[in-house]
Design a protein around this ligand. Structure first.
Ligand code: PLP
Length: 477
């Protein structure tokens, strides 16, 4: 494809995207209803020998791809946590594709590295993160910490864990690696366990939580585990606390856990994949009390901050342990000076120019619009929770937090609640997912799609009531 063809098709693609957003998203079932392996039945078994016309490809997107897309950008998408996109972010991402630099080291593309450091400082300030996380602090001097964009919160957790391991094992026998213990709660994301699997951590303590404490990890539970492990000669090294768990958005007390972590020389990583960006609003910063005690903190701009996947923002208070864990420089990559080389802050070597899309978002919306955006979703979730509370057939299953409301049919078993969820999703008019809290199946209403308005939430609530009433009337309980 030549440049003039690209100019033409690029415009057609923008039209396609606009139509997708303006029309298709409003009508299509939110959750795709295709059967497994549907796609193989509609495409040839092999790639074409000769290049095809671009419009033929686009036609096949309509015919074969769109039916199998679950529409995360639908205003009626209430599943998982949101995965926002926005036009400024898409345009920034387009530019990133066009430059297509591989910014592993400063010299491999100075703007790629420098914009990332600047944009993460900007975001850290917007979220009021502790100054230790900034690359350039308030007094204009470079500190030991800084921010880096990872693909996902899972990668951020892994990288933090590897840094913690390097720090703990420094100057010790290699055999001590077998004594390392990592701690987290039974509400933490499975990525913590996965990071431990990858890093070969032999001892992982998944500590219990309870409804009584709103599913937050209690510091005395951690303390008992630490004392037991230390008595047995093990080496506690890492704690992953969560500020906004996936199931119910529970918030671990960073102040209490962080104090304990410091006393026992643990690295505390805070996983705030979803909820972290809410701190852009001063009134939603309670979850971050005690964050100054954390060694690392991650939040996904690609969840609830209008930035297309992938854009997980990770900050560390001290980058040295990260580099100790991840820096390896063959001759052909050797650079002069002390420039920032982000290859030493991540697992892969290559990296995209991801800060562009976040920069576009921060500049095109600005602090005030982003605050309004977060407040809008929280207000919608608050009014949805009030509707649930006031309905005699339903109960709230965990304190509603940010955009998430966990609820279930009161006095009904798990099968009835699962059936309610499935009957809602089968309509194609909404998409929600469930979780289990204390053995009870729970529906999760996660409000945070970029175009969700009050009338979408109201329509979802009416649909939920209608299906619940029908099920209860039909005696499916
Ligand atoms: N941590 C938490 C608290 C999450 O809610 C999620 C996903 O929803 C993750 C980690 C994993 O996110 P990612 O897909 O960015 O690895």
């Amino acid at each position: 494809m030549g440049v003039e063809e690209f100019r033409k098709h690029g415009k057609e693609m923008v039209d396609f995207i606009c139509d997708y957003h303006a029309n298709h998203l409003q009508e299509a079932p939110v959750r795709s209803n295709v059967e497994v392996d549907y796609l193989r039945r509609c495409v040839p078994a092999s790639a074409p020998e000769e290049g095809e016309d671009f419009n033929a490809v686009l036609t096949d997107v309509q015919r074969t791809v769109l039916p199998g897309v679950t529409h995360w950008q639908s205003p009626n998408f209430f599943a998982y946590f949101p995965a926002n996109s926005s036009y400024p972010a898409m345009l920034g991402d387009m530019l990133s594709s066009a430059f297509n630099v591989i910014g592993f080291s400063w010299i491999s593309s100075p703007a790629c590295t420098e914009l990332e450091a600047v944009v993460l400082d900007w975001l850290a300030k917007l979220l009021d993160l502790p100054p230790a996380f900034l690359t350039v602090g308030p007094d204009n001097t470079k500190g030991t910490g800084g921010g880096v964009i990872q693909g996902t919160a899972s990668e951020a957790t892994l990288v933090a864990l590897l840094a913690a391991r390097a720090q703990k094992l420094k100057g010790r026998d290699a055999a001590d690696a077998l004594k390392l213990v990592a701690y987290t709660s039974d509400q933490a994301h499975s990525c913590v366990m996965k990071a431990c699997m990858i890093a070969g951590i032999q001892h992982v303590r998944v500590l219990p939580t309870s409804a009584q404490h709103d599913w937050a990890l209690q510091s005395q539970v951690l303390q008992e585990a630490l004392e037991q492990d230390e008595q047995q000669g093990l080496l506690p090294f890492f704690l992953c606390a969560t500020a906004g768990t996936t199931s119910s958005c529970a918030i671990d007390s960073l102040e209490l856990l962080g104090t304990l972590a410091r006393q026992h020389s643990l690295w505390m990583h805070v996983d705030a994949a979803y909820a972290g960006v809410a701190a852009i609003c001063p009134e939603h910063r309670q979850a971050h009390e005690g964050l100054h005690l954390a060694h690392s903190f991650a939040t996904n701009a690609h969840k609830w901050l209008l930035t297309n996947f992938d854009c997980c923002c990770l900050w560390v208070a001290d980058a040295e342990p990260l580099k100790a864990a991840l820096s390896l420089t063959p001759v052909f990559l050797r650079a002069k000076g002390n420039a920032l080389d982000y290859k030493d802050w991540q697992v892969p070597l290559g990296r995209r120019f991801r800060s562009l899309k976040l920069w576009f978002v921060l500049r095109c919306y600005g602090q005030r619009k982003l605050q309004e955006y977060i407040r809008h979703h929280i207000a919608l979730a608050t009014s949805f929770a009030a509707r649930v509370r006031s309905h005699p057939a339903f109960e709230i299953m965990a304190p509603p937090r940010f955009g998430l409301v966990c609820f279930a049919l009161k006095g009904q078993g798990n099968e009835v609640n699962k059936a309610l969820l499935e009957s809602l999703n089968q309509t194609g008019r909404v998409f929600l997912v469930g979780t289990e809290l204390g053995g009870r199946f729970t529906l999760r209403m996660a409000i945070g799609s970029a175009t969700t308005q009050a009338h979408h939430v109201e329509a979802a609530w009416q649909l939920i009531c209608q299906h619940a009433e029908q099920m209860l009337a039909n005696g499916q309980h």
